[in-house]
Each structure stands twice: as structure tokens, then as C-alpha cells.
Design a binder for this molecule. Structure first.
Ligand code: UDP
Length: 320
């Protein structure tokens, strides 16, 4: 049975990755220090004999007994609200943590995949973003702790590939949404859906003309899994995301419609000057290399996500 380690396994994407790997017949070990993850995301797996969760800070020396076939380095806070509140942890987990995870992969002869991000493109001057674009990042802005940490993680990954011959993959993840996002995560999907369901004002930042392209979590995990196991040599990064692009104002209106909410849409100042004005993945490389493309429409994905957040809001109301 192949065996995989998922760092950040209790997080939004990490926990969905654990599910996918178990469904594919893997034995899975999840490391997480619960800085932003939650064991609630793994509660359904605790009786699964092929699954083990270990409370582990992956910036420490990494030890795992037994053989290992794949290391997925998914650990990192990823919401812009985490950037000013956890800046050093973000730099450490993508810097030191990536180094540790690569070291473990090398020692075990395992393949390695790092969760990188569309944030490596910063506020992009090339649209849509192809993997060849080097980006437009402000290293000293409030988003710099995340953007530069992920860029460093990519550089370290390439160093282990070139210098140590580790079989590495880099996935650049674009905006993703779905069940298990934190209700108080601060990103636009939980914010808008939570606000719409509570009847609170929906907070569009800036003029709402900035764009994003949202990928449903199962589509994203399908792309990540396919990339991680492909026999093809993929030396460079691969964008995984949904190319359907919307302005944030259109997105607020769509969520209002799907929730049937009477919330008003209000405008608030942009939290950071570096907020990217546009973002859309060019997924030609993923299509050609992996035969992958997203399948879930925004409407279907949002319906699932809205149901999930409705359940969370009911739980919160009961416990308070
Ligand atoms: N945004 C917004 N209202 C909110 C939260 C976010 O208008 O309540 C905007 C934010 O300014 C950005 C976009 O939505 O332009 C996506 O933000 P998110 O925090 O989800 O992630 P990002 O793509 O910026 O990393």
C-alpha cells in the first residue's frame, strides 16, 4: 500500500487531500499544529485504520518511522487576514517547513509536492497568468510575508530537485472554496456567504471591480492528485484553478441570489494596497499534461458551500 504524508492535514485543503488519498488506497499520515487547521476536519477519519493524525509543528525536525512514497507540503495559513496576525509563522512554515519536508522526502526517497499559490504572481501585469510569468510582488507589503515565503518555497523545491535529484512537483493554487473553510476565515467566500446567511451587510472591498476565479475544492484536489502521481517529468510549476473570472461585485450579487438573502451590499476600504486587481489562471499546461480541467460550476459549488456554512451557523447558534 503506498504511504503519504500530508503536512497541514487538518486544514481546508489538507483534509480534503487526506480523503482523496484514502479513497485512492493510500495509507495517510497527517501532520498539523492546528494553528489554522482543526481536528473537526478529520473527525470522520479517526476510526480509519489507514489514517493517522499527529499534532506536529513542521518547522521542527521531522521524524516519521517507516517507508514513505509521497510528501505533500500543504501546511500554511493562507487567508489575507492571517498575513498581519501570523506573519512569522507563515514565513517559517513555507521557509523552514518546506526545507524540513523536502529533507524528509529526500531521506525516504519519496516524491514531493508543494502547495504554492497564485500569489507568487502578486498583482499581475500579465493576464491570464501563465506559469512562465515571474510576477509582480511587493516584498515589503503586508502580503509579502505570504508571497515571498511561497516564492522561497518554490526556490527551495527547485534546489532539492536540481541538487539532490528529488522528484518534485509545484502546484500553484488559485482561489479555492468549499466545505471546511473556516466561517471566520476572512476570505471572500466565507465572508460573503456568512454575511448573506446572517442577513448582515455584504462587504465588498474597494470598488468591487477586482476579479478572482474560484475553483471548487474537489476539482482542485483532482488536479493536485493527478499532478502528484503523473509519471511525466514536470519540472516547473503547474497552475490549478478555475478560469471563470468574476468581479467581486458580481460575486456578491451571485451569493445574494443563491442564498435568497435580503442583505445589502456595502463598500469598505481595501484592507491592503497590494490587493491584486485581477486574477485568472491559464490552465493550458494542466490540460495538456494531466488531461485535467475543472468540472463543477460556480452555482453547484456554491450551493454545497452554502449548505455547509448553514450547518456551521446552526451549530454556533446552538452552542451559544
Ligand atoms: N474581498 C471583499 N470582501 C470581503 C473579503 C474579501 O471584497 O469581505 C475581496 C478582497 O479584497 C479580494 C477578493 O475579495 O479582492 C478575494 O479576497 P480573498 O481574501 O478571498 O483572497 P485573495 O484572493 O485576495 O488572496
Amino acid at each position: 500500500m503506498p504511504r503519504a504524508l500530508v503536512t497541514g492535514g487538518a486544514g481546508f485543503l489538507g483534509s480534503h487531500l487526506c480523503d482523496r488519498l484514502l479513497a485512492e488506497g493510500y495509507e495517510v499520515v497527517a501532520f498539523d499544529n492546528l494553528l489554522t487547521g482543526s481536528t473537526d476536519n478529520l473527525a470522520h477519519l479517526l476510526d480509519e485504520p489507514r489514517f493517522r493524525y499527529v499534532n506536529y509543528d513542521v518547522t521542527e525536525y521531522l521524524y516519521l518511522d517507516g517507508p514513505l512514497d509521497l510528501v505533500y507540503h500543504m501546511a500554511s495559513p493562507a487567508s489575507p487576514v492571517d498575513f498581519p496576525t501570523k506573519p512569522i509563522q507563515i514565513l517559517k512554515v513555507n521557509g523552514i517547513g518546506t526545507h524540513r519536508a523536502l529533507g524528509l522526502a529526500r531521506a525516504k526517497g519519496a516524491k514531493f509536492l508543494i502547495a504554492s499559490t497564485s500569489e507568487v504572481y502578486g498583482d499581475p501585469l500579465v493576464h491570464p497568468q501563465t506559469e512562465e510569468y515571474w510576477g509582480n510582488v511587493n516584498p515589503i507589503g503586508t502580503r509579502g510575508v505570504y508571497d515571498e515565503a511561497k516564492r522561497y518555497g518554490e526556490a527551495m523545491t527547485m534546489a532539492y530537485r536540481r541538487f539532490h535529484g528529488v522528484d518534485t512537483k509545484i502546484v500553484r493554487i488559485f482561489n479555492t472554496y468549499g466545505p471546511r473553510m473556516r466561517l471566520n476565515d476572512g476570505r471572500v467566500v466565507p465572508n460573503f456567504v456568512g454575511q448573506a446567511l446572517r442577513g448582515d451587510p455584504i462587504t465588498v472591498y474597494g470598488t468591487g471591480t477586482q476579479t478572482r476565479s474560484f475553483c471548487y475544492v474537489s476539482d482542485l484536489l483532482d488536479g493536485i492528485f493527478k499532478l502528484s502521481v503523473t509519471d511525466k517529468s514536470v519540472s516547473g510549476p503547474v497552475n490549478i484553478g478555475n478560469p471563470t473570472e468574476r468581479t467581486m461585485l458580481e460575486f456578491a450579487q451571485e451569493i445574494k441570489r443563491l442564498t435568497g438573502s435580503a442583505s445589502e451590499i456595502v463598500y469598505e476600504p481595501l484592507p491592503t494596497a497590494d490587493d491584486p486587481k485581477q486574477r485568472r489562471p491559464d490552465i493550458t499546461k494542466a490540460r495538456e499534461l494531466l488531461g485535467w480541467e475543472p468540472k463543477i460550476s460556480l452555482e453547484d459549488g456554491l450551493k454545497e458551500t452554502i449548505n455547509y456554512f448553514k450547518g456551521k451557523l446552526t451549530e454556533t447558534a446552538k452552542s451559544s
